[in-house]
Write a protein that binds this ligand. Structure first.
Ligand SMILES: NC(=O)c1ccc[n+]([C@@H]2O[C@H](COP(=O)([O-])OP(=O)(O)OC[C@H]3O[C@@H](n4cnc5c(N)ncnc54)[C@H](O)[C@@H]3O)[C@@H](O)[C@H]2O)c1
Length: 262
């Protein structure tokens, strides 16, 4: 039988993780480092935090981990990021599209600008970064893309109002399936993880100054009675990114502590 367990290791692989310097992204980078990824490039806008995170990961796990400053909404930054990864490491085995923003506002009040901002970060940038990495992966005849979506790709999370965020994540999950279909012939797997509430910078303060109130309400809605941890999402992304499951393609893996059951 095909050997399984050691396939979870990322030895020799190069990964790019957007927003890998905080929250869920940091959990993903930690998981990749623990799995022995050879090169990890954290991409994001926050230079000081990024350099610190990269140094900590490199120091703790003895892997090559660096930060590259990039705003994923800027076309030039996206191209430069992919170019940097290729010129430094020669290839990109794994792209994790993790960077994202949230937005809570009643539907009747959302401005064009707010709508575009969320779609720009969560959806448009994710597609065009995937396209840039996909072109590299097509040439190198293989690769793997993992998108961080949300359980709000299918659920109307309550009581907060977040139409634009939910719509962006629904599109991310559908785009994951489309790219998986198109690029399967190039040996590129595209999958997504849809987390529920995860303890991170986005929560609870990012959602509302009155975050405590939301937090208690949300916790009560999760059968497991707690938020998830970044490393729990990291473990799923590692599973999808590794060679342990080569038949996993076009899947959107839901991990929300059972929130969707109620
Ligand atoms: N925390 C949750 O409960 C939860 C649940 C489901 C999905 N998610 C998703 O997980 C992902 C990570 O979020 P998080 O919870 O870790 O929050 P976070 O705020 O810690 O992480 C988001 C990261 O994206 C980066 N980012 C934002 N805009 C960017 C841009 N234009 N260019 C480059 N980087 C940019 C931020 O600097 C940050 O590092 C997001 O896509 C989010 O929608 C989070």
């Amino acid at each position: 039988m095909r050997e399984i367990v050691n396939k979870i290791r990322l030895t020799g692989k190069t990964a790019v993780v957007t927003g890998g310097h905080s929250g869920i992204g940091r959990g993903i980078v930690e998981a990749f480092a623990q799995a022995g990824a050879s090169n990890i490039l954290i991409a994001g806008r926050r230079e000081e935090l990024g350099n610190r995170a990269a140094a900590e990961v490199a120091g703790e796990h003895g892997v090559n981990c660096a930060f590259y400053r990039a705003d994923i909404t800027a076309a030039a930054d996206r191209e430069a990021l992919i170019g940097e990864a290729v010129s430094r490491f020669g290839r990109i085995d794994i792209l994790v599209n993790n960077a994202g923003i949230t937005h809570v506002e009643n539907a009747e009040d959302i401005s064009w600008e707010s709508w575009r901002r969320v779609m720009d970060v969560n959806l448009d940038s994710l597609f065009f970064l995937s396209q840039a990495a996909g072109r590299v992966m097509i040439k190198q005849k293989g690769g793997c893309i993992i998108n961080v979506s949300s359980n709000s790709d299918r659920l109307v999370m309550t009581p907060q109002r977040q139409t634009v965020y939910n719509a962006s994540k629904a599109a991310v999950s559908m785009m994951t399936k489309c790219l998986a279909y198109e690029w399967a012939e190039h040996n590129i797997r595209v999958n997504a993880v849809s987390p529920g509430y995860i303890q991170s910078d986005i929560l609870p303060e990012g959602v509302s100054k009155d975050g405590k109130k939301f937090r208690d309400v949300w916790t009560g809605m999760i059968p497991m009675g707690r938020f998830g941890y970044a490393e729990e999402v990291g473990a799923i992304v590692l599973f999808a990114a590794s060679d342990i499951c080569p038949f996993l393609n076009g899947s959107v893996i839901l991990a929300d502590g059972g929130y969707h059951l109620t």
